[in-house]
Design a protein. Structure first.
Length: 267
């Protein structure tokens, strides 16, 4: 099995090299070397991230060092793999095209695992897990489940799946642009609740620890975010998954979650 895999990978690498020679673009390596994935043979893991997406990927003070939960997880993964990490800041709209073109080996930018993406890309194990949550005023006792939203008023972005979930739960939905407007209306007592992902709530509470709001209920299923790779780099995806397992075991992921969200968001 391993011999077949190596032979296949070598053939794929040769094809990619030929393509790179014709196009002038660097191609991602896909073979597995004796000491690990060949993509890491130069001792560097090249990671795409936005750099404008706090608290996941941003510059301190707007122009300082690049940091954030995704960035620091990527640094910790590279350390476990024994390589340096190089970040390429890329706009979200161009980030998958850059991965396809081989300009970097992976993306660390809260990429959600879904069936459509899994059909085209390889994923590591998730390093962020976030359910949807109902957020209510801290003194609310009427809402403890999604069924309790029936007849209540929520504020939601109607372009999000949270707006659809609110409607399906029987809520009267007030359309807003996003979380900032929703939570403002909630704190002003003008709505009963809002639905969003738990990470958004945790980030807000980290920045506003005295905000008079709380989580009333969570969705049974949670979104999972992971490093994403081309299918040809599935060996690198496996190596990153192993590194993440070590970071989970030694408490590093929990510590980074506490640093940026005040809670472990990795499980």
């Amino acid at each position: 099995m391993r011999i077949t895999r190596i032979a296949t990978a070598v053939a794929a690498s040769a094809a990619l090299f030929a393509l790179a020679g014709c196009s002038g673009q660097p191609a991602a390596q896909s073979t597995e070397g004796a000491d690990g994935p060949a993509a890491l043979a130069d001792g560097t893991l090249i990671v795409a991230t936005e750099g404008t997406y706090p608290p996941f990927s941003f510059h301190e003070g707007g122009s300082g060092d690049l940091t954030g939960y995704d960035v620091e997880v990527a640094r910790a993964v590279a350390e476990k793999l024994g390589v340096e990490v190089e970040f390429q800041e890329t706009a979200w709209d161009a980030i998958f095209a850059g991965l396809d073109a081989g300009r970097f080996e992976t993306i660390a930018n809260q990429v959600t695992i879904n069936a459509e993406r899994e059909a085209k890309y390889a994923f590591s194990a998730p390093y962020t897990v976030s359910p949807g949550v109902i957020v209510v005023p801290e003194d609310n006792t009427d809402i403890a489940s999604f069924d309790d939203l029936d007849g209540k008023t929520t504020a939601q972005s109607m372009s999000s799946n949270w707006g659809q979930l609110a409607e399906e739960s029987g809520a009267n939905v007030q359309a807003v642009e996003g979380w900032a407007q929703s939570v403002a209306l909630l704190e002003q007592g003008r709505i009963d609740a809002t639905i969003n992902d738990k990470l958004t709530f945790l980030d807000y509470m980290k920045q506003n620890p005295d905000a008079p709001i709380k989580i009333a209920a969570e969705t049974p299923e949670a979104g999972e975010m992971a490093f994403v790779f081309t299918k040809e780099n599935d060996d690198l995806a496996d190596a990153v998954s192993d590194a993440l397992a070590e970071l989970q075991e030694d408490g590093t992921l929990a510590e980074l979650g506490e640093q940026f969200f005040g809670a472990d968001v990795s499980q």
